[in-house]
Design a protein around this ligand. Structure first.
Ligand code: ATP
Ligand code: MG
Length: 422
């Protein structure tokens, strides 16, 4: 491997990624390479200001590289290093650099070894991969045949990586990130914290933290809406780990003061995990009777290791007969108010608690759709109930989306209800 330091850039560097491949433009494959590289660069504090996709066309690839060289310090291309005629990245780089393609004996030997291991002679077209622009730096590809290339171009650095994710990921982690770290000379510490919020729409959360979302680097906050959940991600970049931690804490405290108990956790925490922690801490037990969620709440509660400490019973009480015969829901209530009603949710929760002798009983009934909705009871209408020794709560919720999305949002609302009660 030949790597040299590029001494000419002293300010924080930024990077740009160009993905090459007509199949990406056609939407035949998803551009996971760009996401991977961006994440890895972010971890070492290199900002990515532009990403683009261009087909396997030398003229357009050259245009993209020139554009990138006019505005970014590091240009990373992916794809088109292979042996087939549509792989034109190397030729394009050679022509931009005004360099001839020269046979590299070490790469040729690597190629021969690569194919020997697979017990095949180097295919004629693969020989192309041993020709690289004269004098250019290259990095061995430990899991594939095409090496990565590094060139200086108009005072900028171009790094060409192969397209297959397995090869690209390995090169990025083992070689490219250490290389970029070295040339950028910025020992940045990157810290982030994701604050997880439930029980509010993105717009509602947005309204409460508008000023924080407008923060400028080095400390920034981003908002991400997920199904039934909103995340606020605080990111900071500093030369000192202590200062970075302080910057994160300052913003986190502000968020906590504004969103209070809507926050259920941070980073990898899940809402079921936070319910589990609370139930275990209070030595309390729970039983769940689910209609429209079909067992999803039980599934999520039992995803947490050690769930046998608090989870006693999960019953998918789908039919009215089961609701009546096992849970003691009154047939008259179903007759009068329907299976999707406050009273039935309450009686299901009460029945579950009684049947399993738990501290908390949960009942869920609703319409997950897509059919079966009426004007008074539309699809997405869900009643959730919690019964404990001290209190009973029944909530009416209205969700929208696909059947799966409604089920998930209902499970989210139930877990949030339990969390708040605890
Ligand atoms: P090969 O030697 O396999 O031809 P290559 O460097 O020429 O490698 P491409 O031909 O552009 O790379 O892509 C090879 C395969 O890698 C694609 O068919 C696709 O499966 C995958 N790939 C390419 N680019 C991307 C990308 N940006 N994101 C995810 N996968 C990709
Ligand atoms: Mg190819």
């Amino acid at each position: 491997m030949r790597l040299v330091l590029c001494p000419y850039i002293i300010r924080p560097m930024n990077a740009e990624i160009i993905s090459i491949g007509t199949e990406l433009l056609l939407g035949h494959i998803v551009n996971t390479n760009t996401a991977f590289i961006s994440q890895k660069l972010a971890e070492i504090g290199i900002d990515v200001y532009h990403q683009s996709v261009v087909g396997d066309n030398p003229k357009r690839i050259a245009e993209s590289i020139n554009k990138a060289a006019s505005r970014s310090d590091i240009i990373i291309t992916t794809g088109g290093l292979g042996p087939t005629v549509d792989d034109v990245t190397i030729e394009t780089i050679a022509s931009l650099l005004h360099k001839k393609l020269i046979l590299n004996k070490t790469i040729l030997k690597d190629l021969k070894d690569y194919f020997k291991l697979r017990r095949i002679k180097v295919p004629q077209e693969s020989m192309r991969q041993a020709y690289i622009p004269e004098g250019i730096k290259w990095i061995r590809n430990k899991v594939g045949s095409a090496p990565a290339l590094i060139a200086d171009y108009k005072g900028k650095v171009i790094i060409c990586l192969p397209g297959p994710p397995r090869e690209l990921n390995r090169l990025v982690e083992d070689d490219i990130i250490p290389y970029v770290k070295k040339i950028s000379g910025a020992p940045w510490v990157i810290r982030s914290r994701t604050i997880k919020i439930v029980g509010g729409a993105e717009s509602q959360v947005n309204g409460k933290v508008k000023d924080l979302l407008a923060l400028k680097p080095p400390t920034t906050v981003g908002i991400y809406a997920k199904l039934g959940e909103v995340e606020l991600k605080i990111m900071t970049k500093d030369k000192s780990a202590v200062h970075a931690a302080r910057s994160i804490a300052r913003v986190e405290n502000k968020i906590r003061a504004r969103l209070k108990d809507q926050i259920f956790g941070c980073d990898d925490e899940t809402i079921e995990g936070s319910v589990a922690r609370l139930l275990t801490g209070k030595r309390m037990t729970i039983a769940v009777a689910e209609s429209c969620t079909g067992g999803l709440v039980s599934d999520r509660l039992t995803d947490v290791p050690g769930s046998s400490k608090y989870f006693i019973m999960g019953l998918a009480a789908y039919s009215n007969d089961i609701k009546v015969n096992l849970l003691g829901v009154s047939p008259a209530a179903i007759q009068k108010y329907g299976a999707v009603s406050k009273i039935v949710a309450f009686q299901m929760a009460k029945g579950a608690r009684f049947l399993a002798c738990t501290d908390i009983g949960i009942g869920i009934t609703g319409l997950a759709g897509p059919g079966g909705g009426t004007r008074s009871k539309p699809v997405g209408l869900v009643y959730i109930a919690l019964v404990s020794g001290k209190k009973s709560i029944v909530k009416e919720c209205r969700f929208s989306g696909s059947r799966k999305e409604i089920k998930f949002q209902a499970s989210q609302a139930v877990l949030d209800l339990v969390r708040r009660q605890l």
